[in-house]
Design a protein. Structure first.
Length: 105
């Protein structure tokens, strides 16, 4: 599967049929049975993969990072970087029909 834009996936494990998402020609997410979100809009500076449950491997520029639940990988120019404290609620807000402006009062 190939993706530009944003999508949320729920994938059951099946070793005989691995599920991979090619992201905007810059990265690949290999799915190992999981729930995850990919944000890959062409007008935004980074591609982001956010893991809700299970496990995914994100590969870009010849480097692979394995994500744990609650982690997010960002790809801006080159290899994926695991973000220390991602805002998972923000990453999934669209899926729950919520507008998230990232402002705190």
């Amino acid at each position: 599967m190939e993706l530009t834009g944003e999508a949320f996936f729920e994938v059951r494990p099946d070793a005989a049929k691995p599920f991979k998402v090619a992201v905007d020609g810059k990265a690949e997410v290999a799915v190992l049975g999981t729930e995850f979100n990919i944000n890959a809009y062409t007008d935004e500076p980074a591609i982001r993969a956010t893991l809700v449950s299970g496990s995914v491997a994100v590969t870009a520029a010849g480097q692979t990072k394995q994500l744990q639940p609650g982690q997010q990988a960002a790809i801006t120019n080159g290899a994926p970087v695991i973000e220390a404290r991602p805002d998972v609620e923000e990453a999934l807000a669209w899926r729950n029909a919520v507008f998230y402006f990232g402002m705190q009062m």
